[in-house]
Structures are given as C-alpha cells and as structure tokens.
Write a protein that binds this ligand. Structure first.
Ligand SMILES: Nc1ncnc2c1ncn2[C@@H]1O[C@H](COP(=O)(O)OP(=O)(O)OP(=O)(O)O)[C@@H](O)[C@H]1O
Length: 667
C-alpha cells in the first residue's frame, strides 16, 4: 500500500517523467490524473475519502436533462451487458458531471457493488473520488482503462474500470459509458477486450442518437469496411438539400476538420456545421445525390479534402417526407438558391474577409433549423446581424422577439420568458400573459446577453429547447412552440462554463453554429461602414452627407472600443453639431482626439518647461514637459495623458512643437 502511495507522490511531484508514450495511452492519462489529484484537488492518496452518493432529487434532475440520450443508451447497455455479464462486469452510464444516472449490475453482489461505489447516484468526479475510470475519462474526454493500482485511493485498488466518453449529436459532451469489474486479473492487458467492447458500444450509442436526432435529414455515412458501410459507417454527416452540413458525429468532426491529433480525441465543434459537403469532400454535390441511385461499389467512393482518405459512402434518406425528399429527385445545383433574397445580410459588410466568411456561413444557415450563437464585442452588431438573418429567412413575416437577458430584472425574467396563466398573480398582472418565448412562435427568438441568464432559468430554457414546448407559470399543460433561437453574447461562454456560471449542455444546444463578428478596429471595410451609416443618419436628420478627408482619416485611425455602435453615435453627434452642412474634423467628439478642447482639459501636473514662450498656455507647457520627460516617445506620452497618439501629433503641430529628431531632419 505504502509503495502505491509513494509511486503516486513521486509522479505528482514531477520527480519522474510521465511514462506514457502517446497522448491517448492510458498510462499517460492515469499519471496526468495523479498529478491533478495531488496538485490541483489537494487529495492525499493515503487518506481515502468516502464515496459520494447524490440525493434522489439531484439524480432526478440529472436524468431529466438527458432523458432522450438515456433511452438510447439503455438499449445499448442491455446488449453490452449480455456480452459481459458472465465475465463479472457491471455497466454504468454517467452524465457529464460523473453522476451515475443508469446502471446494470448483478443483484447478488449488490452490497459489494454499493460499497465500491458502483451504484446509481454515485458521483465519480476526479476532484473527490481521485483517479478512476469515469472521473479521468471525463477530465480527459478520452477512453481509458483504470486498472487496479491505477486508482488513486487504496479503497478502489481491486477495481478495473474501462470507460469511454459519449458525445451528443451536436458534438456536446454528454457523459460516459463504463464497464467495471470488482476484481480482475493482475495484468492490465486482460482488459483489452473490455476496452474494445466499450468503444464499440459507445460508438453505437452515439450513432443511434445521431440517427434519431437527424432522422428528418439526409445522412451521408462514410466507412472503410467496404460494403459494410451501410451497417457500420464510421463518419456520419447530416446535411440539407443544399448540401450544407447541419450535424456531424465525433469521428466526422475529427477526420474532416483535420483536427484529430491536436485535441486528444475530443471532437471539435463549430468548424464543420454550416460548411458545404463539396468543401469537405473532393466531389460535387451531384456526386452525393448519385449515391442514392447507384448500385455499383466503385461509384460509391468519396475522398476527403483535408487528408485525402478514401471512404466507401452510403446515403440515408430523410425519414420524414417533405421538401427535402423532393430535392433528391431534383437536387439544387447551386448550394444557395438564386431566388433567395439575402439583401439584409449583404448590406452588413463591404470588403472584409472575416465578415465575408461570416456572411457566407450565415446565408447557408438561414432556414436550416440550426441554433446560432453570435459572439462579438459589445456594439459589433450582433442584434443587427440576428435581425438580418431573420429578415432573410422564410420566417421573415413572423415575429422577431428580442430578449435582453441582462436587462430584465431577475425577478421578472421567468414570467417574461415563460408567461403566466390568469390568476397566477394578483393585481394588474392577474389577466395572464403570453411569455416572450411563445410570442416568438414561428418566428425568431433572439436571446441577447445569454451569458447573463441566471442558472436556474438556464435549466428551464434547456428544457424548452429540447422539448420545444413551454409551461407558463401556473399552467398545467405545456404549450408547443415552433422555436428558432439565435443567442448572442460578448462574454466568453466557455470561460463561464469553466467557472460554473453557464450550463455546458445549454451552450451546446445554443451553438449549433457559432458565428463571431470582428471588432470594428480589425475590419477592412471601415470606409464602407462609415459611408453607410453617414447616409442613413444624414437622411434621418435631412443633413448633407459631405465629410472632409481629414475627418475620414480620423475616423479610420480611431480604435473604436465601442465598435459600430460608437461609430454611429459619433456620426450622429458630428452631423448634429455641424448644422447639417457637412462634417469636418472640428465636429468630431473629444474622444477621437479633438484639437483645442482636449488639450485644455488635460490636467496640469508638471512645471512649465524653460524653453516655452511666455505666452504659451499651461496646456502647451504641460505637453512639452511631458514630451521631454518621456524622451519624445509619443506612445508613452499619449498613454500618460490618456489620449490617442494622433491627438498628440495633432497638438504638437498646432503648437508648433517639433521633436529634436525632426528638427535635425529639417535642418
Ligand atoms: N453592420 C452594421 N451596419 C450599420 N450599423 C450597424 C451595423 N452593426 C451594428 N450597427 C449599429 O450599431 C449599433 C449596435 O448594434 P447591436 O445592438 O446589434 O450591437 P450588439 O453587438 O448586439 O451590442 P451589445 O453587445 O451591446 O448588445 C446599432 O445601433 C446599429 O445601428
């Protein structure tokens, strides 16, 4: 026992290098976990902790969130159990937090299994259970076997646990499938078969979930086992009639985005949804439609665009008949229908590569029933963009309902979103109200600042999104809604997930595709935006659209921390104070580095410099003194005075202050 403790402490102290030879090697994963347990969670291998069993209430909540997934997983577990029962294994299914939500075991060992923590409600998170199959699989999001003395605590030394992560149809991490034995032979190799079976059934569960989730879509299966592709395609891509990907299984996300190595087997999100099949595979869309008709094997091979792998391909037809099925007979030649009007999206950008890509993806995603997450700094135009997506969609005549999750008081947000029935409240609200979600029925629900939504409401929203129905406060029956959600945030939601303030499962529900708007300072089409806003604002004020070249330069040079919103405000301000006769430099507000007022407002801190004329203003003296003190480093002076570099140059010109270097040059 002491030897086991010493070994862990030695590895955790960094005294010996980690022994694994490959990133996915179980040995390396185990040692990394020991390192985490000691150094991050402060666990002591000589002081085992009692297993944690969650309350029934907590277990119920966990199960409710993954009901659909559990249904499919249960069927897979039953099949797997038939194969491993005789070998003394039990099966566990956990959620993403390591809580055992389903379990198949042998009743006759019930007590021993419970004592070992192999029971419903057991929480296997590494941070308190130490290194173990489930906890470490979750931390690493990779399959592994945690065999006997791989475990951190001596109380688990008899166990052998083999676990694989499970990912949902939208690439989200859902939980883990575990095959465990109370006792097993010494050699870890004895668990090879358990590992292969766990991987196989894990993939079957993921695939079944995927097929179920995308049952009304076309699905392309790609496999390397020749004619077996129909029954065991390794890569699966769900796509629409225009050949745009709407979903991909973990293997497809890894293979087709060329990201397999960098991510230790974690499937990548956001890089594949919204892309065209003919970008990912070396073929035309027509070749894909031909698959539906061809009977010859050689016509059914496709080659990937990134790593040139050859795959056997087969096509699964949507189960729900409808417009998508018609497309099989008359496939669209062009990915985007020429008739569709994208004017609202087109006018959002000029010649900017980043925005060009975003708009290209947006055009493909309109009407694809993929939830979109728009990210970008404040004022970059997330709401404007969401409205444009709505305006270009078939839902354009239905309501666009914008909800700012940060500005509705927490006490009201629930009733505002979900509504309430008559009599739920007293007083003015007694008549009942349709919630904002219901008001968006058939249209678009725009959830702005989604990162500010309270956690408890995130849980309710998650339910609405999965079940497509709302239960107003006080109501007994839920109401169905045709929901299309666009969410937006200027926060980094992944950081919020890590901090525990944003639900990971909700994040994955919301970001079928993530589109990031660039900050204005990085856009190459500033001139286009200035021109557009100037025209719009001038029309509004019945003013002239004239603007001096110097003023344009100033607008182009500025950093725009408030992005397009700030630009619009600046133009509106300038038009107003120019009396509608055209904008000059002098009409721009002080924050852009205004000539006289800005220097007058600079706080005077230094003594006047000796070589400044007697008539010089105090501000002038201050500027010169600062320039001299900071050795004519304009950036340092600008930063000390809290103005831009442009303003400093401007002030120097205005007061005829010339740096020694320039004076030498002039001489
Ligand atoms: N592409 C654009 N063309 C013209 N005006 C724009 C554009 N994008 C944004 N704006 C203007 O900027 C202002 C802010 O836009 P919007 O509210 O969409 O930003 P946001 O990113 O949602 O901001 P926040 O994060 O603060 O909610 C709006 O007044 C809008 O008129």
């Amino acid at each position: 026992m002491q030897q086991h403790v010493d070994r862990i402490l030695e590895v955790a102290s960094g005294a010996i290098p980690l022994r694994g030879t490959h990133q996915t090697d179980s040995g390396l994963l185990i040692e990394r976990s020991w390192f985490r347990c000691v150094n991050e969670y402060g666990l002591d291998p000589s002081k085992p902790r009692r297993g944690r069993i969650e309350t029934r209430q907590r277990l119920r909540e966990s199960r409710e969130q993954i009901e659909e997934y559990m249904l499919v997983a249960r069927a897979g577990m039953e099949q797997l159990f038939k194969r491993v029962r005789a070998l003394g294994y039990v099966l566990l299914l956990t959620d993403a937090q390591g809580i055992t939500v389903d379990y198949i075991g042998n009743d006759s060992w019930d007590r021993e299994l419970r004592n070992a923590g192999l029971a419903l409600g057991a929480n296997w998170q590494e941070s308190h259970a130490g290194t173990n199959g489930i906890g470490t699989c979750i931390a690493e999001q990779a399959a592994l076997t945690c065999h006997r003395d791989d475990h951190f605590f001596s109380s688990h030394l008899g166990l052998s646990c083999t676990t694989t992560p499970l990912f949902g149809p939208e690439g989200d991490f859902i939980g883990a499938l575990d095959v465990s034995a109370l006792s097993s032979p010494e050699a870890k190799e004895s668990q090879h078969l358990a590992l292969h079976l766990t991987l196989l059934y894990g993939q079957m569960i993921e695939d079944a979930n995927f097929l179920r989730h995308f049952r009304d879509r076309w699905i392309l299966r790609l496999g390397t086992a020749g004619p077996l592709v129909d029954v065991c395609g390794e890569l699966m891509l769900a796509f629409d009639k225009d050949g745009v990907v709407v979903g991909a299984n973990p293997a497809a996300r890894r293979e087709l985005c060329g990201l397999a190595i960098a991510t230790q087997g974690k499937p990548q999100r956001d890089t594949i949804v919204g892309r065209a099949l003919d970008e990912l595979l070396r073929c035309r869309l027509d070749d894909i439609w031909k698959l539906a008709r061809s009977a010859h094997l050689d016509e059914q091979t496709l080659i990937t665009a990134t790593n040139h792998q050859v795959y056997q391909a087969s096509l699964i037809v949507p189960r729900v008949p409808g417009p998508t099925a018609v497309a099989r007979i008359e496939p669209a030649n062009d990915a985007l229908s020429a008739k569709q009007d994208f004017a609202a999206l087109d006018k959002l950008a000029g010649e900017d590569r980043h925005m060009g890509r975003v708009l290209d993806h947006a055009r493909r995603l309109v009407d694809k029933q993929v939830s979109i997450l728009v990210q970008g700094e404040t004022g970059t135009g997330k709401e404007v963009f969401a409205r444009a997506l709505h305006a270009c969609s078939q839902r354009k005549d239905m309501p666009f309902v914008a909800v700012n999750c940060a500005s509705i008081p927490e006490t009201l947000i629930e009733s505002e979103l979900f509504g309430y029935t008559p009599g739920t409240f007293t007083g003015a609200r007694s008549r009942g109200m349709k919630g904002l979600i219901q008001q968006s029925d058939g249209g678009t629900l725009f959830l702005d600042e989604i990162g500010d939504m309270p956690l408890q409401l995130q849980t309710r929203l998650l339910r609405v999104l999965s079940e497509r129905e709302v239960l107003p406060l006080g109501a007994e029956r839920p109401v169905k809604v045709a929901l299309t959600v666009i969410a937006a945030s200027h926060r980094d939601l992944r950081k919020q997930i890590a901090a525990g303030t944003f639900r990971e499962d909700l994040y994955y529900r919301l970001c079928g595709a993530t589109l990031s708007l660039p900050p204005l300072r990085e856009r190459g089409d500033k001139l286009y935006i200035i021109d557009r806003i100037l025209r719009e604002e001038a029309e509004h004020l019945a003013a002239m659209t004239a603007i001096s070249p110097a003023a344009i330069d100033r607008l182009l040079e500025y950093d725009w921390p408030g992005n397009v919103r700030q630009l619009r405000n600046v133009i509106r301000f300038a038009l107003a104070i120019s009396d509608g006769l055209g904008i000059g430099e002098e009409h721009l507000p002080p924050e852009l580095g205004e000539p006289a007022p800005s220097i007058a407002s600079i706080e005077i801190k230094a003594q006047p410099a000796a070589n400044v004329s007697a008539n010089a203003s105090e501000a002038e003296r201050e500027l010169l003194a600062t320039l001299q003190r900071l050795r004519w480093n304009i950036s340092a002076v600008a930063s000390e005075m809290g103005v831009s570099r442009t303003t400093i140059y401007h002030l120097m010109r205005r007061h005829n202050i010339v740096s020694p270097k320039d004076r030498d040059l002039q001489a």
